[in-house]
Design a protein around this ligand. Structure first.
Ligand code: AMP
Ligand code: GLY
Length: 423
């Protein structure tokens, strides 16, 4: 099978690694890819927003499966447009991608499917939104309805903070749709499942680290590191999240005539009693959660992605190795604010040759033999070990072998999981 993978981040390098390992893979194209994916297939420049152009590329190359990494092309309807051309796509239709594309859509779905989630109200006018915040008090969460690359959410600890967030949102968009919701307490974790429209199969759990600095301080980022499995997601939490959250949501999508196909990423808040509530859905693998998950995968990824895309998941199983994986993001100093590009990164081969260590590229650029930093999140250094302790130790050994003075990491990736295992 010939495959086109869309995206350029650490998630796509990890997906490419597993797709290229599959005996089913005859050829792999990555658009646009990065220096990591260049070693696994053919990086290709394509205008992803031009769906007819992507379809033409698929016909020219004999591609029978397109795997979409990021959310934006899915929300823009790439799966629908390629399906019309007879090309199978791993990733949901535009209608089903609303689960990530619109917070209000997901909250209404939760109401209809009786999925536990934060109490909420939706507004399109500033004065009504402010009146609601004053009535409810803080802490309270303010969310822009549409895609905002993770920057549309304010968890406000005071009413003034919530009002400032609302003022800023309405200043930039006059009739913005805003969801205001109850602030959930507990520990966050993510659950990933493959869904082929009907059948839901659990992939696994992971925990991300969204804040830029240790101890969850500083501004939010796309994710500074992840580990899988997440000890907070016990077998019982997993069962409840599937039965109370993911399965009813997917049934409701099918009932509405917009069945969901692809990976569903459920962001959960788990309270002290082990009850999971849905924070949000994403219609893709998390980054860097994907890196940790892929390094645990024993099954043939391409066979699973293909079965998902073709509605043939029934009877399939996902086998994970009995190991733990930790991915530590190396980011450019200054991220998530301004940062410089172009510094030289050395020591990647040394890091990658350490037992249990895999170097995943994200924001890098090749210049001859040299690898240069070319983004905010630049690398994910992953460690796999028999347990979380060994996986962490290996990941940080890998980080220490990378010679890149212009980069930084968090030093506590996986620490919450370690604390749980020691408790
Ligand atoms: P979202 O884009 O909806 O995932 O929100 C980004 C982050 O904001 C989440 O990962 C949580 O850390 C936090 N968050 C969102 N909604 C809530 C909520 N209702 N209660 C507490 N934290 C939340
Ligand atoms: N790491 C969080 C995300 O991919 O949204």
């Amino acid at each position: 099978m010939k495959v086109l993978l869309i995206g350029s981040g650490g998630r796509e390098h990890a997906l490419a690694l597993k797709i290229a390992q599959s005996p089913l893979c005859e050829a792999l194209f990555i658009a646009p890819g990065n220096p990591g994916t260049a070693k696994l297939g053919t990086n290709t420049l394509l205008n992803i927003a031009d769906h007819a152009g992507v379809a033409q590329f698929c016909r020219d190359k004999g591609i029978s499966l397109v795997v979409v990494g990021p959310e934006a092309p899915l929300v823009a309807g790439i799966a629908d447009d390629l399906a019309k051309e007879g090309i199978a796509v791993f990733g949901p239709s535009k209608a089903a991608a609303q689960l990530e594309g619109s917070k209000d859509f997901t909250k209404q779905l939760c109401d209809d499917a009786k999925v536990p989630t934060a109490a909420y109200a939706t507004f399109t006018a500033l004065d009504k939104a402010i009146a609601y915040v004053r009535e409810k008090g803080a802490p309270i969460v303010v969310k822009y309805d549409g895609l905002m690359a993770g920057k549309g959410v304010t968890v406000a600890s005071t009413v003034a903070e919530a009002e400032a967030a609302l003022n800023a949102l309405y200043a930039s968009e006059k009739n913005a749709t805003v969801v205001i919701e109850e602030c959930l307490m507990g520990e966050e974790a993510s659950l990933f499942c493959l869904v082929d429209g009907e059948t839901v199969i659990l992939f696994g759990s992971a925990q991300d680290h969204k804040r830029v600095f240790d101890n969850d301080e500083g501004p939010n980022t796309g994710g500074m590191g992840a580990y899988s499995p997440a000890p907070v997601v016990t077998a019982e939490v997993e069962r409840r999240a599937l039965e109370e959250i993911v399965i009813p949501s997917m049934k409701e999508m099918a009932k509405r005539g917009t069945p969901y196909r692809g990976v569903i990423f459920a962001g959960l808040m788990i309270d002290d009693a082990g009850a999971p509530k849905l924070i949000e859905y994403n219609c893709r693998f998390g980054d860097p959660e994907c890196q940790a998950l892929m390094l645990r995968l024993e099954s043939d990824l391409l066979a699973l992605l293909n079965a998902t895309a073709r509605g043939a998941l029934a009877g399939q199983t996902i086998t994970l190795k009995p190991v733990s994986a930790v991915g530590v993001v190396m980011a450019s100093k200054g991220y998530p604010g301004d940062f410089e590009k172009g510094s030289v990164i050395r020591g990647l081969d040394a890091a990658g040759s350490i037992e249990g260590v895999t170097v995943i590229h994200a924001g890098t650029r090749a210049d001859g033999e040299k690898i240069l930093a070319n983004g905010g999140r630049v690398l994910t250094i992953c460690g796999v070990g028999r347990d979380l302790f060994e996986a962490r130790e290996r990941a940080y050994k890998g980080v220490a072998a990378v010679d890149w003075p212009e980069g930084f990491t968090r030093s506590d990736i996986g620490a919450k999981g370690v604390a749980r295992l020691k408790a």
